[in-house]
Ligand binder design. Structure first.
Ligand SMILES: C[S@@+](CC[C@H](N)C(=O)[O-])C[C@H]1O[C@@H](n2cnc3c(N)ncnc32)[C@H](O)[C@@H]1O
Length: 259
């Protein structure tokens, strides 16, 4: 163990060791899910949100969802599809999209249905394990198999170098507390560096949608955009009847200039 690791506070040191361990022991039991018909997935929703879900299912091609989604992934996919439908304008299906911090890929079906094109999801903590001994990565890879052209990328955003037409970033870590809650070492808190890098991944004319949670994150996000010299339009409160989340969410949209 290096001297710098010994000097970390005990909790931070424990998180760091756990992180290293799960990245060494990154095998997973295989994921297999019984495909569920769309009608059966729709039946898992509360009746109050059914009309909105039915309307989205009528307008978008949800091919692949029957194989990709469990009930939770279905709800989150519908939520992101609804958010993009309401706040993001027209998609650019020609260029791939990227979702930063995609967890287990559960809502990638929503992103893919919105644009109709390929998406990558990148996740730093891809080897986090469930009680079933399967990992986020194994789930993410199961999901993307059902979605043409989509990929689950286990790794750090900073290691990506492709050009994307649309980037979504739901709940970037802007403060230390959420990192701790998600069981990650605070050394991964680097919001400005990640924002600068995400911006370089956008092709000219490409757009970045950031969704934050709570007012203090919105203030911090606005500061970061300003410090990075990125002109971002505040979208205000992001509302969707399909949201399963309690805390208020807010959005920003930034478009990369052509020159
Ligand atoms: C607050 S969670 C949000 C997860 C998901 N986007 C959502 O809305 O539920 C932030 C996610 O970003 C991931 N993350 C943090 N830093 C990252 C990085 N440098 N590269 C890729 N993913 C990262 C975390 O592991 C975590 O899964």
């Amino acid at each position: 163990m290096r001297r710098s690791e010994v000097s970390l506070k005990p909790c931070e040191q424990a998180r760091w060791l756990a992180w290293r361990l799960r990245n060494i022991l990154c095998w997973s039991l295989p994921v297999w899910r019984q495909p569920r018909a769309l009608a059966s997935l729709l039946n898992t929703l509360p009746s109050t949100v059914r009309p909105v879900a039915d309307a989205l299912a009528a307008r978008y091609d949800l091919k692949g969802w029957e194989r990709a989604c469990d009930a939770q992934g279905f709800r989150e996919s519908l939520y992101v599809l609804d958010v993009l439908d309401r706040y993001a304008g027209s998609p650019d299906a020609m260029r791939p999209g990227l979702d930063i911090g995609c967890k287990n890929g559960c809502y990638l079906p929503g992103l893919q249905a919105w644009s109709g094109g390929p998406w990558d999801g990148v996740e730093l903590d891809a080897h986090r394990r469930y009680w079933t001994l399967t990992t986020r990565r194994a789930h993410g890879e199961w999901v993307v198999h059902a979605l043409p052209g989509c990929r689950y990328l286990a790794g750090n955003l900073l290691d990506l170098h492709d050009g994307y037409g649309f980037i979504t970033w739901f709940l970037p870590f802007l403060h230390a507390a959420p990192l701790r809650e998600w069981g990650l070492p605070v050394r991964f808190l680097m919001p400005r560096r990640l924002l600068d890098h995400a911006w370089t991944l956008l092709a000219p004319g490409g757009r970045l949608l950031v969704i934050n949670q709570g007012e203090s994150e919105v203030e911090r996000q606005a500061e970061l955009f300003e410090q990075a010299g990125i002109v971002a339009r505040a979208l205000g409160r992001i509302e969707s009847p399909l949201s399963p989340f309690q805390r208020r969410r807010y959005g920003f949209m930034a478009c990369r200039p052509y020159t």
